[in-house]
Design a binder for this molecule. Structure first.
Ligand code: SF4
Ligand code: ZN
Length: 469
């Protein structure tokens, strides 16, 4: 496969490339644009003109520098062995293949896709989407040889994009609806995905019927289809083997898989917990489940939420804590689809511990949650800070309020022990030091415990491992 006719380099080496606002020529899609999408569809060979790229709306060279535009990417593929179940898995590769282009940064998926083109690439001659279409077609056919023909259509005009956008939303909804029809106990095979290891080397997703991948793009059916056509590929079978803990969702087969795929970094995963041995998160989770110690509950914030969440942190700050392939108790990357699963973080108390989520997320998942709970979950419309949240939860009698009395009792009991000068065991302590490998910063989460110390001394250790005097 040759890219000699493309004015910039193309290859996996460019995958991690960041394009900051100052460096960008134009932005396509992203959180500030209303309608955008990427979709792959399997078609009959006669419906496809192999190699064809079509653009509806302004091309890159017609766009104004520094501006934002809608982007719809429709990739249509054909091949004898192809089936509809493979569409979502092919679609996930749009992210990877766009990122192969030196000068293009692609983030997210489905209707949250977000692309930046660098000024440098534009100046080198990457001034038409026709080039991006050509790259995509070549990569699809080379990397997934079961694809025999492919054509790509781009939509960049707010009017032209409307119809294909509605069609894409309908297809995403259908896929999600189907995913809701089965549960982990109904199947004897789970799946794994390592597509994100180029960004998070210790991360592998475990995809089960109840736990759609955290990027939201690959459900159990999609993973099954992908593993069938390419068993040695990035999506593979994970026999669950023995269930060690039903509530936590701990399986020997999943533990073995993560140990192998994280190169020994991680050896235990609770599929249904964000607090103990949580599933790792790469960087493309649709939402974050975060613990709010002040109310002993959890919040959910999604990628599209532009303001600060109820704990005072924006999505981006929490995403830094959550991602990178580490296990981070208290911050867990999740898909929107997983929120509606009856197994949602059941080890931590399940959906009944959710006290806050953005209105937009509530609108999306509300119909599928227990109806007596939905009205009790606060959004940015009801409360602005933790004090208001506390009041609100009491007012609506949210089930989490029942746990407060217990918490208070425990605190009082500990205070009694303290008054007697007794040493109290600390209970569960989750301690994580992300960035210890040199990325910088650390965070310690201590849940349900009190620490008494006269002083804490932090000493720098020099590179030879000796303490500095
Ligand atoms: Fe695969 Fe998980 Fe990355 Fe989605 S988030 S592409 S399922 S590794
Ligand atoms: Zn990822």
């Amino acid at each position: 496969m040759s890219f000699s006719d493309i004015p910039v380099d193309v290859g996996p080496v460019y995958e991690g490339e960041r394009i900051r606002a100052k460096q960008m020529y134009v932005e396509l899609g992203g959180p500030k644009i209303e309608k955008h999408f990427e979709l792959v569809r399997v078609k009959q060979p006669k419906e496809i003109k192999d190699g064809q790229v079509t653009i509806y709306g302004p091309d890159l060279k017609d766009m104004k520098e520094g501006e934002r535009y809608p982007i719809g990417i429709l990739v249509e593929v054909a091949g004898e062995e192809l089936e509809e179940d493979l569409e979502a898995v092919f679609e996930r590769r749009v992210h990877e293949f766009c990122n192969f282009v030196n000068g293009i940064m692609h983030l997210n998926q489905r209707y949250t896709n977000w692309i930046r083109l660098s000024k440098a690439a534009y100046e080198k001659g990457f001034n038409t989407l026709d080039l991006l279409g050509k790259v995509l077609i070549r990569l699809y056919k080379a990397e997934l040889p079961i694809i025999k023909q492919a054509q790509v259509t781009f939509y960049t005009d707010p009017k032209d994009i409307e119809k294909p956008y509605d069609m894409a939303m309908e297809i995403y909804n259908k896929r999600d609806e189907r995913a809701r029809t089965i549960h982990d106990e109904d199947v004897d095979m789970f799946y794994g995905c390592v597509l994100c290891q180029s960004f998070a080397p210790t991360h592998a997703c475990c995809i089960t019927p109840d736990r759609t991948s955290l990027c939201g793009s690959i459900n159990w059916f999609d993973a099954r289809a992908a593993a069938k056509v390419d068993p040695k590929g990035p999506i593979y079978e994970v026999p669950p083997k023995e269930c060690l803990d039903e509530l936590a969702g701990e399986y020997t087969g999943v533990n073995e898989m993560i140990k192998k795929r994280s190169l020994g970094e991680i050896d235990r995963i609770f599929l249904y917990s964000g607090m103990e041995f949580p599933h790792t998160s790469c960087g493309c989770f649709e939402a974050i489940d975060f613990y709010i110690p002040e109310v002993n509950g959890h919040g959910i914030v999604d990628r599209n939420y532009g303001s600060v969440a109820i704990n005072g942190l924006p999505f981006s700050a929490m995403a830094n804590q959550t991602g990178g392939g580490k296990q981070m108790p208290g911050f867990n990357g999740v898909s929107i689809q997983y929120i509606v699963s009856p197994k949602y973080q059941q080890y931590d108390g399940g959906i009944e511990t959710i006290v806050w989520m953005p209105k937009a997320v509530k609108d999306r998942v509300g119909d599928f949650l227990p109806q007596d709970l939905v009205g009790k979950i606060a959004t940015e419309e009801e409360v602005q800070d933790l004090a208001q949240l506390k009041e609100y939860l009491q007012e609506v009698n949210h089930p989490i309020v029942e746990t407060w009395a217990e918490m208070l009792e425990e605190e009082e009991e500990e205070e009694e022990y303290e008054a007697e000068g007794a040493m109290v065991p600390m209970g569960t302590v989750g301690m994580t030091i992300p960035g210890a490998g040199g990325v910088g910063g650390f965070k310690i989460i201590l849940k349900n415990c009190k620490v008494h110390a006269e002083a804490i001394i932090i000493k720098k250790i020099d590179s030879k491992g000796k303490r500095k005097k």
